[in-house]
Design a protein around this ligand. Structure first.
Ligand code: G3H
Ligand code: 13P
Ligand code: NA
Ligand code: ZN
Length: 328
C-alpha cells in the first residue's frame, strides 16, 4: 500500500532501524528497488526530485508508483517529493498522489541561494499545514549541505549554493533545530553535517573533522522524538567507481559516506537516508560493461536487465545494513 513518511518513520523509530530513500526517474530504478524490497521484506521510500518529475512527467511517475504498489501489494511504499522548492511544487506533488513532501526552505525558490531562518520557518510551516490536511507528511531542512573540507556549499552539478560557507551554515545548530521543529511541525528533519549531493563529497575517508557526527548526536539529544534525515548519503563504493572506470568512465578518486557512519547515525535518530548517486553509479557501470564487452549489441534490454540487477544489489545491501529488511 501507499503510506505516509510519518507512518514509516514512526515504525522505524519504534524498532530502531533506518530506511534508505532512493531517487527514481524511470522504470528500471523502480523495478530494482521493488525487487530488492520484496527479496528482503523491507518497506520502501521512493523519492522524485523536481528534475525527475520533469524528466519522467508527473503522470508517468504517478503510474510508475501505482504499478510498484500493484506489483507488490504487501510492501508499504512512501512516494516522496525530494527537495521541493516552494509551496507550489509541494502542492502539485500532493495533487499527483505523493504521500510525502520535502519543503527545502534552506534555500530560496531558485534552489541555490541560502535562505534565512525566518524564511525557512514560514515556507515550511505553510507546506506543513497543506501536507497534513492532505493526510501526507513533510520533511524540512535546516542548515546547508556542503563541504567542511573546503568551506564551500555543494561541490557539484548545480545543486544548492556553490560559494563560501561558514561552519555554522554547514552544520545544523541544535538549539535552532528545536525552535524550527516546534514552529513548523515537520514530521522529519534533514540536517547538515558536512555531506553534499553527488559523487564528490570527501577527498579522503571522512573523520569527525569533515563529517560532523557529534552535531548529529547533539541534535538527537535535544530532539529525541524527531526523525532525522541524512541527505547526500551515498557511500560511493570503490567497487562501483572501479566498474565505471574499467569500461571507459572517468570518475576521479573520491569518498562518500561510510556505511558504518550511517549505522552509527541510525543509533542516534537517523531514520531516512537519501541515496541517489550509488544507484546512478551501479546503473551506469552495468551499461558501460555490456556495451564495452559486446559492442555489436543494440537491444536495450541486454544492458538494462544487468543494470536493474546491479542497482537491486545495492538496494538489498542498504536494506540489510540499515536493518529495514524484515520490517515490511
Ligand atoms: O537532490 C539531489 C538528488 O540526487 C536528485 O538529483 O535533481 O539531478 O534529480 P536531480
Ligand atoms: P547522494 O547524491 O549522496 O546519493 O544524495 C542523494 C540525496 O540526498 C537526494 O536528496
Ligand atoms: Na528528501
Ligand atoms: Zn538531498
Amino acid at each position: 500500500p501507499l503510506i505516509s513518511l510519518r507512518q514509516l518513520l514512526d515504525h522505524a523509530a519504534e524498532h530502531s532501524y533506518g530506511l534508505p530513500a532512493f531517487n527514481v526517474n524511470n522504470m528500471e530504478q523502480m523495478l530494482a528497488i521493488m525487487k530488492a524490497a520484496a527479496a528482503t521484506d523491507s518497506p520502501v521510500i521512493m523519492q522524485a526530485s523536481r528534475g525527475a518529475r520533469q524528466f519522467a512527467n508527473d503522470i508517468v511517475l504517478g503510474h510508475l508508483i501505482k504499478a510498484a504498489i500493484e506489483l507488490y501489494p504487501h510492501i508499504p511504499v512512501c512516494m516522496h517529493q525530494d527537495h521541493g522548492n516552494s509551496e507550489g511544487t509541494c502542492m502539485s506533488a500532493l495533487m499527483n498522489g505523493f504521500s510525502s513532501v520535502m519543503m527545502d526552505g534552506s534555500l530560496l525558490e531558485d534552489g541555490k541561494t541560502p535562505a534565512d531562518f525566518e524564511y525557512n520557518v514560514n515556507v515550511t510551516r505553510n507546506v506543513s499545514k497543506l501536507a497534513h490536511l492532505a493526510g501526507a507528511s513533510i520533511e524540512g531542512e535546516l542548515g546547508h549541505l556542503g563541504s567542511l573540507e573546503t568551506g564551500k556549499g555543494e561541490v557539484e552539478d548545480g545543486h544548492g549554493f556553490e560559494g563560501e560557507m561558514s561552519k555554522d551554515m554547514l552544520v545544523t545548530d541544535p538549539e535552532e533545530a528545536v525552535e524550527f521543529v516546534a514552529r513548523t511541525n515537520v514530521d522529519a528533519l534533514a540536517i547538515a553535517i558536512g555531506t553534499s549531493h553527488g559523487a564528490y563529497k570527501f577527498t579522503r575517508k571522512p573523520d569527525g573533522e569533515i563529517l560532523a557526527m557529534d552535531a548529529l548526536k547533539a541534535i538527537h539529544a535535544k530532539l529525541p522524538n524527531t526523525h532525522l534525515v541524512m541527505h547526500g548519503s551515498s557511500t560511493v563504493p570503490q567497487e562501483l567507481q572501479d566498474i565505471v572506470n574499467a569500461y571507459g568512465g572517468e570518475i576521479s578518486p573520491t569518498w562518500g559516506v561510510p556505511l558504518d557512519e550511517i549505522e552509527n547515525g541510525i543509533k542516534h535518530g537517523v531514520r531516512k537516508i537519501n541515496i541517489d548517486t550509488d544507484l546512478r553509479l551501479a546503473f551506469t557501470g552495468a551499461i558501460r560493461k555490456v556495451l564495452s564487452e559486446q559492442p555489436s549489441e543494440f537491444d536495450p534490454r541486454k544492458y538494462l536487465a544487468p543494470s536493474i540487477d546491479a542497482m537491486s544489489h545495492v538496494c538489498r545491501d542498504r536494506f540489510e545494513r540499515f536493518m529495514s529488511a524484515g520490517k515490511a
